[in-house]
Design a binder for this molecule. Structure first.
Ligand code: FAD
Length: 404
């Protein structure tokens, strides 16, 4: 139960911001979300939610609907384009990760926030937070938007608030990003396995079953990604799309169902990635969650999951600690180790799977498959995938999680 309730502002109506807003409303706090877009909307294609992220969805009563609309992924499989196995991971019986359309996650979280009485103010690009003696004032273009006990920065990997106020430990831009898209699944597509194909570390193609849209009938979707060197993106845009489609099809002929649905460059979205790590996840009355707190490469598919667990942890600490500052200290202490673990793991995997390294992918192709068959290593990989490494579930209640 809350020791006291707070006036909270949340910057950004993304996955982390909407989740923390609703979790705080459920605990009796007054919450205002400021979003820069004129109408809040999701960006990107698909996501994989693991046990950690699904636990936060369960705390909002959204896991059953998410599981109904998404695809239960029981296997993860990567091969070279020649067909040699690079990795294969299978969940324990009854367990799964959830491939889900971004629009679906956004729709569930946005509807829940409105239902709970979260105030969402769109068209506000917050650029400063001024600290007073008893409160912090949020401003956009020097226009004050209100005074709050705590300001939660959930404004994503490019957060201007983080860049201005946080103590940044390291910042690194990756040379590779990806082109992402969504297409309709063909009838013969397996919907329970995430599949990838690699050629060295420069070519990576992925197919992720992500299920249905909330109002999209029975049509199932597949999220698609293709690694691209950021420096080459203009070359890709200038060449006819057919050139790229033929390359993808020649490397992985099974993708023809998908390339047939891509007519223009604009059917794909380019995303570049950065890794930004903080010394502390708070500064004064500002606290950082989601990508604003820990931008990482999506190689391990953990960003949204980490953001959801941040949201759950922060909602708990703000509702139980004696004051805002104690709550933010406790939040930082509870999240620090896990955030560091996933920063390190995603950097390491990016070098192996998406880089200009020549030797690393050769070693990967030789060692990954046999190593993942050793029971101890398999367990470590599955726990990393589930978002459970570094003591996460010490602080989470997993009992309400949908399983079968
Ligand atoms: C291609 C790709 C694939 C991915 N796949 C996965 C996956 O499979 N699993 C996974 O867990 N994660 C994945 N991720 C990571 C995941 O998408 C992010 O970690 C997650 O979306 C972060 O959510 P967020 O709410 O913290 O930030 P965002 O989703 O970036 O939301 C930030 C919000 O803040 C708003 N905003 C920005 N600046 C301001 C401002 N100044 N004032 C007000 N509002 C502002 C933005 O408009 C936006 O609505 C992937 C990422 C990418 C790029």
């Amino acid at each position: 139960m809350a020791s006291s309730t707070h006036r909270v502002s949340v910057l950004g109506a993304g996955i982390s911001g909407l989740a923390v807003a609703s979790l705080l409303r459920l605990r009796g706090h007054t919450v205002t979300v400021f979003e820069r877009f004129a109408a809040p909307r999701p960006l990107g294609s698909g996501l994989v939610l693991h046990r950690s992220g699904l636990t936060a969805m369960a705390a909002l009563g959204l896991d059953a609907e998410a599981v109904r609309l998404g695809c239960r992924l029981t296997r993860f499989e990567g091969r070279t384009v020649a067909g040699k196995r690079v990795y294969a991971l299978e969940h324990d019986p009854g367990d799964f990760s959830l491939g889900i359309h971004r629009h679906t996650v956004f729709h569930l979280l946005y509807t829940k926030a409105l239902e709970l009485g979260v105030s969402i103010v769109a068209g506000c690009e917050v650029d400063a937070v001024e600290h007073g003696r008893t409160a912090a004032t949020v401003t956009a273009g020097s226009r004050p938007l209100g005074a709050f006990d705590v300001v939660i920065d959930a404004s994503g990997a490019q957060s201007p608030i983080r860049d201005r106020y946080a103590a940044i430990r390291s910042r690194h831009a990756f040379a590779y990003g990806a082109l992402w898209g969504v297409c309709e699944a063909a009838n013969d597509q397996p919907l329970d396995v995430l599949r990838q194909r690699f050629h060295g570390a420069k070519v990576g193609i992925g197919l992720i079953p992500i299920g249905r849209l909330p109002d999209g009938g029975e049509t199932r979707h597949i999220g698609f990604h293709w690694s691209v060197r950021n420096a080459d993106i203009d070359l890709w845009r200038r060449a006819p799309i057919g050139v790229w489609k033929r390359e993808v099809e020649s490397l992985w002929p099974e993708t023809r169902f998908l390339t047939a649905q891509i007519a223009r460059h604009e059917d794909l979205t380019w995303a570049a990635y950065a890794d930004v790590a903080l010394h502390r996840l708070h500064a004064g009355r500002i606290v950082f969650i989601g990508d604003a707190a820990h931008a990482i490469s999506p190689r391990l598919g953990q960003g949204a999951n980490l953001g959801l667990v941040d949201a759950l942890t922060l909602a708990d600490t703000l509702s139980t600690a004696p004051d805002v500052f104690a709550a933010l200290e406790t939040y930082n202490a509870r999240r620090r180790d896990q955030v560091r673990y996933y920063h390190a793991a995603s950097r390491w995997l990016s070098a192996l799977f998406q880089s200009d390294h020549r030797i690393a992918p050769v070693l990967r192709d030789l060692a990954f498959a046999p190593v993942s068959r050793i029971p101890y290593m398999r367990r470590q990989m599955l726990d990393s995938l589930a978002g459970e490494k570094a003591g996460l579930f010490r602080n989470l209640d997993t009992s309400k999680l949908v399983r079968n």
